[in-house]
Design a protein around this ligand. Structure first.
Ligand code: FAD
Length: 461
């Protein structure tokens, strides 16, 4: 920031009720950190917004001063798009308030909330909406890219449960988007990522869930992975919408239910979740135990909010991460060979490859019913390169890229926008699929100057 702008910053500080954080402030170092430690950006200022009018002030300030603008929800995006260099960050992390209308089964939650905030508020009423599998993820970024998790086969993508949103547009106006208010904007928000404005609150439809849910892990040795994956494929083809099973290949973490000798060895873990009466789910999961000889299992009825946090210890912020992702409509034997080969030589013990089963209710809406286009995706694969030391960057990134290439022949061609890394600008069209052109037209209408460009960007048509 030049000296010329200093009085303007003072004026901004006088206008916002939240905090304006500058490089010389003590809070700056922690405020510029995001989940992925490979991201090291230095914004000129971070506006920690406490209210929608703070967001309006911050957006107008960026425009008036010709600053690049980034928007931070939960700070989890692998591409680090919540931060920018030399520009202004609209940081919504203080805006987490939730309001539940249990009778109408609706939640209204602010744009800086995490999944843990949303789940805690909704579960107080025995309700929930489908979100992701790591509770520290931001509701905003997850929803705007589509959003899926354990409840999605039963109740759809997160966006399929979005009723309305309050949005601060590039013009600095506060508008509501829903099926009846600004319907084009509403269509674009449901998968078009952060391209269309700052969402200050989301209204979701809710469903009765738990509080106790049947869930857990069944773990097999990597030596049995091919047989397990083949049976997994057959099993998921017939599974009811209530049942979600994800397959995760990695080295065994020191889980208490696994023999110590297994820790650090290659495994395939089946992570299961039943969205219904646990007594009805129990017999349905029985076949998962006979795909081979399990090394151990930890399956039972536990609070939904606990299961939503079950993977948090493996996904803590602060590690270095590089991901590559494909969608799959079917799982081919050739893919199984590729994944087993790759996971035999992971470059760090934290690396993993997972197949998240979606399908079910996520596949039923038409591909053009919302900006999220990949209704054909039955599985989303992510190769998680994860390590601690920057000296390992090249080795770990190369491993993820090599597996990505080896698995590409079996993929559908689509990709989930929320799993794209910063160097994948060439996959943005694949991420938005057949809906790209309409998104570019709506972008021209709502953000003709591309103010919201720090994201998987859709330039205005
Ligand atoms: C450990 C981990 C687990 C994950 N698991 C899942 C999963 O199970 N299911 C799933 O669907 N995804 C999952 N994801 C991906 C996740 O959906 C994306 O990383 C998402 O972008 C995170 O949102 P955020 O608000 O935390 O991110 P941020 O980094 O804060 O924001 C990401 C982008 O979203 C936009 N944005 C954020 N907030 C707003 C807002 N209020 N208004 C407008 N635009 C905004 C901005 O463009 C920003 O650049 C996971 C990610 C991680 C790191």
């Amino acid at each position: 920031m030049t000296k010329l702008q200093a009085p303007r910053i003072e004026a901004l500080k006088g206008k916002v009720t939240g905090a304006v954080i500058l490089p010389e402030d003590d809070l700056y170092e922690s405020a510029r950190k995001v989940w992925n430690a490979t991201i090291d950006k230095h914004p000129a200022l971070i506006v920690r917004c406490a209210t929608t009018s703070d967001v309006v002030c911050a957006v107008n300030f960026a425009k008036e001063n010709g600053l690049v603008l980034a928007v931070r929800g939960g700070g989890h995006n692998i591409a680090g798009s919540a931060m920018c260099d030399d520009g202004l960050v609209v940081d919504l992390s203080p805006m987490k308030a939730a309001r539940i209308d249990a009778g109408a089964r609706r939640a209204t939650i602010e744009g800086g909330a995490t999944l843990a905030d949303l789940d805690a508020a909704t579960q107080a009423h025995g309700l929930a909406t489908p979100v992701g599998i790591n509770s520290t993820t931001g509701v905003a970024g997850l929803t705007l890219g589509g959003g899926f998790g354990w409840l999605s086969r039963k109740y759809g993508m997160t966006i399929d449960n979005l009723e309305s949103a309050e949005v601060v547009t590039a013009a600095g106006e506060v508008v509501r988007a829903s099926a009846t208010d600004n319907p084009d904007l509403f269509w674009a928000l449901r998968g078009g990522s952060g391209n269309f404005g700052v969402v200050t609150s989301f209204e979701f439809r809710l469903h009765p869930v738990g509080p106790g849910v049947l869930s857990g892990l069944i773990v097999y040795p990597l030596s049995e992975a091919k047989a397990v994956l083949r049976q997994y494929r057959e099993f998921m083809a017939k599974a009811p919408d209530e049942l979600s099973v994800w397959a995760v290949l990695r080295q065994a973490p020191p889980l208490p239910f696994l023999p110590e000798a297994v820790h650090g060895q290659g495994i395939i873990a089946l992570a299961l979740f039943y969205a219904g009466d646990p007594a009805q789910g129990m017999p349905l999961i029985a076949p998962l135990r006979s795909f081979g000889v399990p090394l151990g299992e930890h399956v039972g009825v536990q609070p939904y909010t606990d299961w939503q946090k079950a993977f948090d210890p493996l996904l803590t912020p602060g590690a270095r991460n590089y991901w590559k992702s494909h969608n799959f409509s079917v799982l081919d034997d050739g893919l199984f060979d590729a994944v087993i080969t790759a996971i035999q030589t992971p470059p760090s013990p934290q690396c993993e490859i997972f197949f998240g089963a979606i399908g079910g209710a996520t596949s039923r809406p038409a591909p053009d019913s919302a900006a999220y286009a990949h209704r054909d995706a039955q599985f989303v694969m992510n190769v998680h390169g994860r390590w601690d030391d920057s000296a390992d960057d090249e080795r770990c990134i190369r491993w993820a890229r090599d597996f990505f290439k080896a698995s590409a022949p079996f993929a559908s061609g689509g990709v989930y926008v929320n799993f794209l890394t910063a160097d994948e600008g060439d996959r943005v069209r694949a991420a938005y699929g057949q809906n790209y052109e309409r998104l570019a037209r709506i972008k021209r209408q709502y953000d003709p100057q591309n103010l919201f460009s720090t994201n998987q960007n859709i330039p205005p048509a």
